[in-house]
Design a protein around this ligand. Structure first.
Ligand code: SIN
Length: 272
């Protein structure tokens, strides 16, 4: 795969590439944006080093790829589209400790997320990404045929309920097997963080199938593990990946900012 304005160094045969030849702190040309879009389609998650972004420039990068989700409560006062991500010795939990696809509990989950970290612990704090194309491809043909007909419920309470059990959380129904709108590839779309049950089958069947699929999706052969350096950026396609933030660095600090690019409602129109 070659691009007009960037270079991509794949990190595994399956998922992930490190991108060079672009300066994200400066405005991007149409050609650069097209190349980055293509690189995301090709590699599912792309990484950049040495990009000293601030909230405004991170927001600008995100806006090249779509509208950004606005967080009335969690966004920065001057940039409600930008959320701070921070962990230190006072943290009781961190975002993304469990394998998940961001916000799959809403009808139109984000198309992607861009995470920038400026402060890293002395070691650890990696993020692991898994390809749901690879997870789908590795299923047996009978299992693919069985799953193809099913939908699953994704429930925000699974991910967030432990912080406020009385809170109200969104739920959404998605096909268990989806087709990626840009690549046309099939992928497995259930995740441990949000998927509560498969619809229309007995609970014990749903529990057993989901337990199998969660374990299957977490196979190391489908993964890339990103070792952060200060001012690195990860941009993942949330439609075909899951990820896990490894919190092995307590009590050290890990800090940065993130934006989420809105999904396209038309891509989810077929959800039951
Ligand atoms: C997340 O799960 O979105 C956070 C990822 C990370 O902190 O590495």
């Amino acid at each position: 795969m070659s691009y007009r304005t960037i270079q991509a160094q794949p990190l595994t045969p399956t998922i992930g590439a490190e991108i060079t030849g672009v300066d994200l702190t400066r405005p991007l040309s149409e050609e650069q944006v097209a190349d980055l879009r293509q690189a995301i389609s090709d590699h599912q998650v792309i990484f950049f080093r040495d990009q000293p972004l601030d909230p405004a420039s991170l927001k600008r990068v995100g806006l090249y790829f779509g509208e950004l989700q606005i967080h009335a409560l969690k966004g920065l006062p001057d940039h409600p589209e930008v959320r701070k991500l921070h962990a230190d010795s006072n943290s009781k939990h961190v975002a993304g400790e469990e394998w998940h696809t961001d916000m799959s509990c809403i009808p139109v989950p984000p198309m992607g997320s861009i995470l920038y970290l400026h402060t890293l612990p002395p070691m650890g704090g990696d993020t692991v990404f898994a390809s749901m194309y690879a997870a789908y491809d590795a299923l047996s043909e009978p299992m693919k045929a069985y799953l193809e007909k099913l939908t699953a419920t994704h429930d925000g309470k699974l991910a967030f309920g432990r912080f406020d059990p009385e809170g109200k959380y969104p739920t959404a129904v998605h096909p268990v097997i989806r087709t990626h709108p840009a690549t046309g590839r099939k992928l497995l779309f259930v995740n441990r963080g949000f998927t509560s049950h498969i619809n229309g089958v007995p609970k014990d069947e749903s529990d057993a199938i989901l337990a199998y699929l969660f374990k299957h999706a977490e196979n190391a052969y489908f993964q890339v593990r990103f070792r952060w350096t200060p001012h690195a950026v990860a941009f993942w396609d949330n439609r075909c990946t899951q990820h896990l933030a490894v919190w092995d660095y307590y009590p050290h600090e890990r800090s940065g900012y993130r934006v989420q690019v809105e999904g396209n409602p038309a891509d989810y129109a077929s959800a039951a």
